[in-house]
Write a protein that binds this ligand. Structure first.
Ligand code: NDP
Ligand code: 8X3
Length: 258
């Protein structure tokens, strides 16, 4: 395992779920963290607990990845000790709704496309040139099983994650010949705020998604991300599809009777 000590790790969507778990695991490994999300209070609480628990150095960015000029000014004005990002974890993302496409909501579509695809591209575009010119770096994109197989009502969300998958592949091709690595970590069902966001705050409907099965935890996904990042420099874990044992495909899940 290669040490992550003192390496600068930028995590988008660090205020919750998989991003928050990654922050904790990388902090434990001694990394210096740049944590980005829209909910600054959440990030402040995390920074506080990470610096108490692991004496971590943390730099916070209140950032909406959908806003290109915001992304540009935040990432191009990173203070000196933070400007050479070693690891970028493109995790910020969301689903909205589960409607049939012909009944879909335009605002939901735009939110998903703007966050999951365009936001990921904006952040990557501003961070990657530094990695290429310094000759080191690692980009981890959080995709999804939904980028491999589409499910009913998943239309635009699945499309956005299929785009992430294609973008990860394209990045690998474009970076060939440089030492910069690209990994796509594609989980199945993970119990986070994801379903609550998908169902616009309907917690009952969200709970049903995980009822009777044992989903992945955000820590399970963070473990995989950490593993990929800490391989020796000549090893690139290109893609990982991880699902709960109770899940075979997006729609085939094993639920126990409650
Ligand atoms: P959460 O809802 O718990 O976390 C999503 C994170 O993304 C939050 O920190 C949120 O922060 C951030 N985010 C959302 N929109 C924006 C934005 N416009 N700008 C900046 N940050 C944003 O869900 P998960 O942890 O589950 O999701 C993380 C990633 O994992 C997503 O890309 C998701 O698609 C993917 N994924 C999730 C799976 C699951 O079953 N949960 C399975 C497969 C993939 P804030 O609201 O503060 O901005
Ligand atoms: C999240 C996985 O299948 O619940 O990306 O949409 S799924």
């Amino acid at each position: 395992m290669v040490s992550i000590q003192e390496r600068i790790v930028l995590i988008t969507g660090a205020s919750s779920g998989i991003g928050a778990s990654c922050a904790k695991l990388f902090a434990q490994g001694g990394a210096k963290l740049i944590l980005a999300a829209r909910r600054l209070e959440r990030l402040e609480q995390m920074a506080d607990s990470l610096s108490k628990e692991f004496s971590s150095s943390v730099h916070l960015l209140q950032l909406d990845v959908r806003d290109r000029s915001q992304v540009e000014s935040a990432l191009q004005s990173l203070p000196d000790p933070w400007s050479n990002v070693d690891v970028l974890i493109n995790n910020a993302g969301l689903s909205r709704g589960l409607s049939k496409l012909h009944e879909g909501n335009f605002q939901d579509w735009e939110e998903m496309i703007d966050t999951n695809i365009k936001g990921l591209l904006y952040v990557t575009r501003y961070i990657l040139p530094g990695m290429v010119s310094r000759g080191s770096g690692h980009v981890v994109n959080i995709g999804s099983i939904a980028g491999h197989q589409t499910y009913p009502g998943g239309n635009v969300y699945c499309g956005s994650k299929a785009a992430v998958r294609a973008i990860s592949e394209g990045l690998k091709q474009d970076l060939l010949g440089t030492p910069v690595r690209v990994t796509s970590v594609d989980p199945g069902l993970v119990e986070t705020e994801f379903s609550e966001v998908r169902f616009h705050g309907d917690t009952e409907q969200a709970k049903k998604v995980y009822q009777g099965l044992t989903p992945l935890t955000p820590d399970d996904v963070a473990d995989v991300v950490f593993f990929c990042v800490t391989r020796p420099a000549h090893v690139n874990i290109s893609q990982v599809l991880l699902v709960p044992t109770d899940q075979a495909t997006p729609t085939m899940v094993h639920r126990r009777k409650l």
